[in-house]
Design a protein around this ligand. Structure first.
Ligand code: NAD
Length: 482
């Protein structure tokens, strides 16, 4: 078995990265490209032993990194960002081969954002204030102390972007980390370890353990030496992680799934509204924030439906490395089956297929056609459960009140999008929506200074801006007599 594999011309080490060294496990798992089923390599499959070794390495490296002046930590983070920029093309290609998302998005959107994650938190760290105040002549001095080793557990749909969204603030705050990437997209985390080491990050400050969630992930979540767990992934896994963390009372940040609505009012710019709806097929629908429930005002529903159906059918599906491709494959056969199961059951339950409705038989493999369903009941599975594929449902409403009621009738609360030409309506409606992020006449516009997270079952806590430092730090108030 080779520990160095070549992926799209880039050499990737398939072992863990623990204490500044590559460490192999006897067991491995196979990493397969969703584009064509090609085997990319055998990856070290960590468990309790490797997780324990990584937490020990992170604990050993913690005092020195925590004591490193902020400016120096910020400088290392910026050097990591420069390293990402330098290897942007390689990272984009490896990520596309590994998770099947569009190469052009990786090149132009995702990987630049990875670098931005590091630069943003470097800058934010330097500006992090001390909130000092006086109590009867005594000074209260609030400090942001690093918490210790953090376990960061991440999904496959935007692997490096979501990993660095956690790694960057955790490291900036002076913590050490153990990153456990998803087993369906393990490769760019390994490249990140090399980039960080080249940038001067000391050994043990960033560790990467590869493996399955139920093995390496569970071992990290239940490890008593871990001071923070930040998890992005599904609700069922979050429950396992919360249960594993409970005996140690390890603080958790959970960024979970969604079933977000797009509300389209009769006064909306229809071209824009159709664009916003079509955007929900991005990344083959594997986007936590995707507005998969289209709620459309009855007077414009027929025209909106006609235009969106055309758009869905015109989407070019194929190899995500081709510039012309608009929608690539799903990540894994299990996901394809899961998505198709949702659609079949919805149809059996009375849903009408306006576009797509099954795998792309011309392409074969993991390609699922962009699907639009209507005549769906509000309490049906297809409206209530996260599909995590290119499947949108379309429902109509008659009144603003009804639109808000439908939008909020979900156990999720990650995001919502409103299309309307009436500012007053936008204010009324957004005030009533339960969601961590609400977009008005736009979608996916993200500023890292903003809080990010979900309400209800979509998450616990917020990251972004100083909220990330709130989570990754132990805030301390020191009261000094005059
Ligand atoms: P998942 O929950 O199956 O896996 C996520 C990670 O958890 C993987 O690294 C996995 O190995 C690990 N894991 C699995 N079982 C574990 C256990 N028992 N203990 C510890 N770790 C374990 O999620 P997924 O399928 O990889 O990702 C898709 C989900 O992620 C969707 O629900 C999506 O909405 C959500 N997501 C949310 C956000 C957000 O920011 N809110 C962003 C992206 C994805």
């Amino acid at each position: 078995m080779s520990e160095q594999i070549s992926v799209g011309g880039t050499t990737v080490d398939t072992r863990h990265w623990i204490g500044g060294r590559r460490v192999a496990s006897a067991a491995t798992f196979t990493d397969v490209s969703p584009i064509d089923g090609a085997v990319l390599g055998e990856i070290s499959r960590g468990g309790a032993e490797e997780a324990g070794a990584a937490v020990a390495a992170a604990a050993a490296a913690f005092p020195a990194w925590a004591a490193t002046p902020r400016e120096r930590r910020a400088a290392v983070l910026r050097a990591i960002a420069d390293g990402v920029d330098k290897r942007l093309e390689e990272l984009a290609i490896v990520e596309t081969l590994d998770n099947g998302a569009l190469l052009r998005s990786h090149r132009r959107g995702v990987m630049p954002r990875v670098a931005h994650n590091f630069r943003f938190f470097a800058e934010r760290l330097e500006g992090l204030g001390h909130d000092d105040f006086d109590t009867r002549g005594h000074t209260n001095h609030v400090s942001w102390d690093p918490a210790g080793p953090c376990a960061l557990i991440t999904p496959w749909n935007a692997p490096l972007m979501l990993a660095t969204w956690k790694v960057a603030p955790a490291l900036a705050a002076g913590n050490t980390v153990v990153l456990k990437p998803a087993e369906w997209s393990p490769l760019t985390a390994s490249l990140l370890a090399g980039i960080a080491a080249d940038a001067g990050l000391p050994p043990g400050v960033l560790n990467v353990v590869q493996g399955y969630g139920a093995e390496a992930g569970a071992a990290l979540a239940g490890h008593p030496g871990v001071r923070r767990i930040s998890f992005t992934g599904s609700v069922p896994t979050a429950r396992h992680i919360a249960a594993a963390a409970a005996p140690n009372l390890t603080p958790l940040s959970l960024e979970l799934g969604g079933k977000s609505p797009l509300l389209v009012f009769e006064d909306a710019d229809l071209d824009l509204a159709v664009d916003l709806a079509a955007e929900q097929y991005d990344n083959a629908g594997q986007v936590c924030l995707a507005a998969t429930r289209l709620l459309v005002h009855a007077p414009i529903a027929a025209e909106f439906t006609r235009r969106l159906t055309e758009r869905a059918e015109a989407l070019v599906q194929g190899d995500p490395r081709d510039e012309a491709t608009g929608i690539g494959p799903q990540i894994h056969p299990r996901q394809l089956e899961k998505i198709d199961g949702f659609v079949r059951r919805a149809v059996a339950d009375g849903a009408r297929v306006l576009a797509g409705g099954g795998p792309n038989t011309a392409l074969g493999g993991l390609y699922y056609r962009p699907t639009l369903l209507t005549d769906v009941r509000q309490d049906s599975e297809i409206v209530q459960e996260e599909v995590f594929g290119p499947v949108l449902t379309l429902q109509t409403f008659d009144t603003e009140e009804q639109a808000v009621t439908l939008a909020n009738d979900t156990r999720f609360g990650l995001a919502a999008t409103v299309a309307t030409g009436d500012r007053a309506r936008a204010e009324r409606v957004t005030a009533r929506l339960v969601a961590g992020t609400v977009w008005v006449n736009c979608f996916f516009v993200r500023d890292l200074r903003a809080p990010f997270g979900g309400s209800r079952e979509s998450g616990v806590g917020r990251e972004g801006g100083d909220w990330s430092f709130d989570f990754y730090c132990d805030l301390k108030n020191t009261v000094s007599a005059p």
